[in-house]
Design a protein around this ligand. Structure first.
Ligand code: FES
Ligand code: FE
Length: 432
């Protein structure tokens, strides 16, 4: 059975969310991974950057959608474009920098030059092509993705049939707004990002952020003890998990829950002092979530940890490896010292030098690589915590489960995963 073509597999059987079991092969099998690149990463709206990273025309960065290398660039009309970073002549990479400002992107190999919207602008010794019947410059631009943004976050998809970004995010926007829209000036990424590699399947990182408060009090206990002199207490009572279309977050309703757990006093003071101001934009209930959301993942691979506003992507680099990118999100109008407090907090908790990050990474790597054993990967994993915990909530949209110590959001993430892996197109997918 291990050798069956991935597209013949029954993904709703591999991921049995009703019963709470998951087949370990989804974390190891290379064919399943290739199908994920096709059916998830080449279809979904993937995060590519924040608008604050593109202030002037020509500003660009390079990243990946799945394993497709892309350039994200602002053109002279002020539009941000996303297109493949691979020359239409022989496929060479046309941009090697991680970020910068450019007039155009010129290929090293034969000198074809592409504009800020990906269009082919000029080629070296173009006159030689005058007799070339199938040479049409207008058709030889770099392949473009659809690009849309939501309150500063820029997403792109290569699937012309994908629903709009608003529809894709759906009611999850209610939860995104807690961080993206609590202040009239909007948000920005602080300059620079940190990149690191982990030998983990991308889904272990995503599921950890979509809803694994459970690990925090155990995995992070000793680091928390060392940094703050106390353990991590996960709020067991008035807390929830919420999910929409595989996106999910979890939260308590004490204003400074997670921010307090991560211990930057200036951040905690800021959140306390501004609750009433947040409430003007978000309402009373969501104003309490600003520092209290524990973690979140936007399907498939954009995650954030609201307590200190760390935003990250899990870029897949094969079935058993990810590149982790980390940014600091802040309110644009926040005082400079507060922005620094966020940056400092993140660097000592969730960055390659942070004490909590190495706790997590080690677990995900071992969860992934244990499946190298053939007998091991024939076994299933238990995802059954909180199977009967769904509730209706009059204010919170999406699927709501009581108590954040729960596998509910993870099951919702894998349900979306299995739906996408099985569906031939978007029209056969339900929102859930
Ligand atoms: Fe880019 Fe030839 S491969 S110009
Ligand atoms: Fe963790």
């Amino acid at each position: 059975e291990n050798n069956r073509a991935a597209s013949d597999l029954d993904f709703h059987q591999l991921v049995d969310v009703e019963a709470g079991w998951i087949d370990r092969r989804i974390f190891w099998n290379a064919d399943i991974y290739q199908l994920e690149l096709e059916r998830i990463f080449a279809r979904c709206w993937c995060f590519v950057g924040h608008e604050s990273q593109f202030t002037e025309p020509g500003d660009f960065l390079t990243t990946h959608i799945g394993q497709d290398a892309v350039i994200v660039a602002k053109d002279r009309k002020g539009e941000v474009n996303v297109f493949l970073n691979s020359c239409t002549h022989r496929g060479n990479r046309v941009c090697f920098a991680e970020a910068g400002t450019a007039r155009q992107f010129t290929c090293n190999f034969h000198g074809w030059a592409f504009g800020l919207d990906g269009g082919l602008v000029s080629i070296h010794e173009e006159e030689h092509y005058s007799a070339c019947a199938n040479f049409d410059k207008s058709k030889l631009g770099l392949h473009r993705a659809r690009t849309q943004s939501y309150k500063g976050l820029i997403f792109a998809t290569f699937d012309p049939e994908a629903p709009s970004l608003d529809e894709y995010l759906g009611d999850y926007r209610y939860y995104l707004d807690v961080l993206l829209d609590n202040d009239p000036g909007g948000t920005e990424f602080l300059e620079g990002n940190v990149k690191s590699r982990l030998r983990s399947n991308w889904k272990f990182a995503a599921e950890n952020f979509v809803g694994d408060a459970y690990h925090a009090g155990w995995t992070h206990a000793s680091a928390a003890e060392a940094i703050f002199g106390r353990g991590v207490k996960v709020n067991p009572e008035k807390s929830f998990q919420a999910s929409v279309n595989g996106h999910g977050t979890e939260f308590g309703l004490d204003l400074i829950g997670n921010a307090m757990a991560l211990g930057e006093p200036e951040v905690v003071d800021y959140l306390k002092e501004n609750e009433a101001r947040f409430a003007e934009r978000l309402g009373k209930l969501r104003a309490k979530m600003v520092g209290a959301m524990s973690s979140a993942n936007v399907f498939p691979n954009l995650a954030y940890l609201p307590g200190l506003n760390t935003w990250r992507t899990w870029l897949p680099k094969g079935a058993h490896e990810i590149e982790l990118n980390t940014w600091v999100l802040v309110n644009r109008d926040a005082p400079k010292s507060l922005k620094e407090a966020y940056r400092r907090g993140i660097s000592r908790t969730f960055s390659p030098t942070g004490m909590f990050e190495s706790d997590d990474g080690e677990n995900w790597e071992h969860c992934t690589h244990s499946n190298a054993g053939v007998v091991t990967r024939r076994q299933k994993l238990h995802y059954g915590l909180g199977l009967d915990s769904a509730i209706d909530h009059e204010e919170f949209p999406g699927k709501i489960h009581r108590v954040q110590l729960n596998d509910a959001n993870q099951r919702a993430f894998y349900k979306r995963w299995a739906d996408l892996m099985s569906a031939s197109d978007w029209s056969s997918l339900d929102n859930n």
